[in-house]
Design a protein around this ligand. Sequence first.
Ligand SMILES: Cc1cc2nc3c(=O)[nH]c(=O)nc-3n(C[C@H](O)[C@H](O)[C@H](O)COP(=O)(O)OP(=O)(O)OC[C@H]3O[C@@H](n4cnc5c(N)ncnc54)[C@H](O)[C@@H]3O)c2cc1C
Length: 353
Amino acid sequence: MSIRFLTKPEYSNEKHKFFTIIENLFDFFQSFFYMDTIFPVRMIYDTVIVGAGPAGLTAGIYARSKLMNTLIIDSGRVGGQLVGLYPEKGVQNFPGFELVQARKLSDRFYAQAENLGCEIREFEKVLEIKDGNEEIIIVTDKGEYKTLTVIIAIGMGEFNPRKLDIPGEEEFAGKGVEYLLPVKEKLVEQKVTMFGGGNSAIEMALIADSVTDTTIVHRRPEFRADEMNVTSLEESNILKVMDATPISFNGNSVLKSVTVEQNGRRFDIPTDLAVINIGITADLGILTKWGLDLTPDGLVKVNMDMSTNRKGIFACGDVVDYPGKYKQIITACGEAANAVQMAYKFSKKPYWA
Ligand SMILES: Cc1cc2nc3c(=O)[nH]c(=O)nc-3n(C[C@H](O)[C@H](O)[C@H](O)COP(=O)(O)OP(=O)(O)OC[C@H]3O[C@@H](n4cnc5c(N)ncnc54)[C@H](O)[C@@H]3O)c2cc1C
């Protein structure tokens, strides 16, 4: 016999949490008293979604609209790249919003997933995805979960901003040296120096320039960014220091200046806030431990229905690759909807049934 406590979408979040507590208590007593043999009750999710970026949160929204008992796990904070890499940027291409700050768009996804009754666990890293007898077992750094299906939505994996690795960078980290642009209010009357020459660096510099004096330092003679961004930069008041190498961050208890070298000449740029935006290091190595077919670039191979080579395991978002793949928020969301549709069908008739 198999019993599951399924929460219903019309229940409030509080009621959903109540049911989750009951389920966990039941699980505890079941394992404690070896009740599995006498009374084989199983606590099991319909789907566990790994990753809470746009793909994972959309998968959660769709799963709950199908009344699936849904758990979303993220190794960091909810929001994925929108919150971790470009919270202040304005997203101009998500339908329904002419312009929306990435952080606010992510908040909307989060609220919708939570209000529909997704159970969401932050700062919990998924380590293994094992086949159980009649279910899949998710192993994290905090525990184990049983589920009928899994949706992998880990984007670019765990990511960290790339560092300049120059003197003073560590010393002034958080005291003037940042890797994300702080909220606009914190920029007022601060002299900002941005490092980088890609779209992200230019977009952040333009945001900073709308409230304060801003300089952009780039190691090449030309920017490698979309024409629209470069044109906006050219038309702005941002001071451009091109073909320049950062040498050191200087100050006492807080950052005061940045030394750069240009054409063999060293000089200081007075700076209260240095923002380093020269890319990220991402690690998807964990995928090799999950028994999935991967592309030569280490991304998950999926079929058109977002299924992977492993039964009951689907994937969506930046972590998947196929001909014509376009890494965008909207594509991540679209793939998530498909993945849930297939996971739902699978959960109704798993391969062992
Ligand atoms: C600077 C920049 C600007 C961009 N601007 C735009 C834009 O304007 N418009 C647009 O459409 N797209 C934009 N994108 C692309 C867009 O952000 C991505 O396509 C989108 O975030 C992909 O969503 P995702 O959910 O697949 O992955 P992610 O957003 O990367 O989320 C994946 C989540 O999985 C978590 N995770 C990783 N490993 C584990 C693990 N082992 N266990 C549990 N959780 C894990 C991560 O912590 C993360 O929260 C931009 C990207 C960048 C870098």
